[in-house]
Design a binder for this molecule. Structure first.
Ligand code: ATP
Ligand code: MG
Length: 410
């Protein structure tokens, strides 16, 4: 074969069949967990691809020797769906080929010819072989060298370059069928959703809470959502905003999760009338956590998640976080505790939650709040204030008016 037979721009013959090869970080896997992890990942891939491509799209997902192999049309929607599956480290469009050196070499050469056709002759290339078993006998290095030589016989000018090569012939040797790929696309990483316990995220409409929810979702925990609404003192805009944010987070959920809404304005008003203004912010938050603990039972959640970060506002000092936690039986996860606002903004922009989050709307937290809330509150002080209003009655009232909303994925 001569390069001149493959001038850039000439249509090529029949395209070879392609599959999509998904990789995950094996280090995260401990023995017996592996099958379970793979099954969950495969299931999530199937669900998100079906959602993106339609229920009738030809989608097949198969587990094979520490890889997941997907048969599906390769479209921008496919790539977008795969970019939303937590647990994928990277993926490649790959050409399946019989596990024989000649067949693999022919496929690798074909891929290179396609590359030359589309982008011109590269300056450098490398062969990168990985074997899952002893199939083929030779070591990965021997295969790299052998295929490299065969490629250079066809394209004599091509330099081998192990780092930063312009063209990579990636080879995955498997018993029976092997794969040849040329481009690795980075996945979102993390763990497959469903491999960790369900959580309930307190979501406000601000910048922090949606990012916090995505952080734990990426660690494998499905998250339902809880919003405290300042009605009747706050309008509907904030609810639209919260729903928009939930829609974005739900795009990463194989099964979209519900949003619970609790009307909280009337409760805040009565607490405000009965208590010391400096302590209100912390008192409201203790009420939120009590109600959230009960809502978590309805949502089957094992812990709460908030967007708090250390020292960001008066209620987020160590002392105040401690007394707020005291009102919660369930553990409270705060994935953003060590994040700066700049870092949170960067994350929000990357996830696409930034725009809805900065839309103006009043959060109930600022209702009836003092301009200078107490920075270091003590439990006895708060308990004295809480004896001035019927805590338990308000919790029950909040729960009886809690509403469950379905929010589809965006
Ligand atoms: P955010 O950007 O998420 O609004 P924030 O920096 O404004 O956070 P606060 O308003 O003090 O901080 O809220 C801290 C956390 O408490 C939020 O991240 C969220 O988890 C929870 N929270 C606050 N307001 C509400 C609300 N109205 N409904 C549900 N959760 C809330
Ligand atoms: Mg807020």
């Amino acid at each position: 074969v001569n390069l001149l037979q493959y001038p850039t721009g000439t249509p090529l013959a029949v395209p070879a069949p392609r599959t999509i090869l998904l990789r995950y970080h094996e280090v995260a896997l401990k023995g017996a967990n592996r099958g379970w992890f793979e099954r969950m990942l495969a299931q999530n891939v199937r669900k998100l691809l079906k959602r993106a491509l339609g229920p009738d799209a030809p989608v097949e997902v198969e587990r094979r020797h520490s890889r997941i192999v997907v048969q599906a049309p390769w479209t921008p929607a496919t790539q977008q769906a795969l970019d939303r599956v937590f647990g994928i480290a990277s993926y490649s469009v790959a050409r399946p080929v019989a596990t024989e050196l000649d067949a693999i070499a022919a496929a690798a050469l074909d891929e290179l010819k396609l590359h030359v056709h589309d982008h011109g002759l590269p300056k450098s290339f490398r062969v990168s072989t990985r074997r899952s078993d002893k199939a083929l006998g030779n070591s990965s290095m021997e295969i790299d060298r052998e295929l490299g030589q065969r490629i250079q016989r066809v394209f004599p000018g091509l330099q081998v370059k192990l780092k930063g090569a312009e063209f990579t012939a990636g080879i995955e040797i498997r018993e029976g069928t092997s794969f040849v790929w040329t481009r690795k696309i980075r996945g979102k990483g993390g763990l497959p959703v469903g491999t960790n316990s369900r959580l309930l995220a307190l979501i406000s409409g601000g910048l922090d809470s949606p990012v916090a929810a995505l952080k734990v979702l990426r660690r494998g925990s499905p998250v339902a959502f809880l919003h405290f609404h300042g009605a009747p003192f706050v309008g509907e805009e904030v609810l639209e905003k919260v729903e928009d944010l939930v829609r974005i987070v739900n795009a990463y959920h194989p099964v979209p999760q519900p949003l619970f809404v609790v009307p909280f304005g009337k409760i805040q008003e009565r607490i405000a009338l009965a208590t010391n203004p400096k302590l209100r912010t912390v008192l409201y938050r203790r009420m939120m956590f009590r109600i959230a603990n009960r809502a978590a039972e309805v949502a089957h959640a094992e812990a709460l998640v908030t967007g708090e970060s250390l020292g960001q506002v008066a209620s987020q000092t160590v002392e105040n976080l401690a007394v707020i936690d005291e009102a919660s039986t369930l553990p409270v996860l705060r994935p953003l505790i060590g994040f700066d606002k700049d870092e949170i903004i960067e994350e929000a922009q990357a996830w696409g939650t930034y725009e809805p989050s900065i839309r103006p709307a009043v959060d109930c937290c600022t209702l009836f709040a003092d301009r200078y809330p107490a920075v270091r509150t003590q439990l006895p002080q708060l308990q004295a204030e809480e004896s001035r209003f019927p805590v338990q009655e308000y919790v029950e009232e909040a729960l009886s008016s809690m509403e469950r909303r379905k929010v589809p994925a965006r």
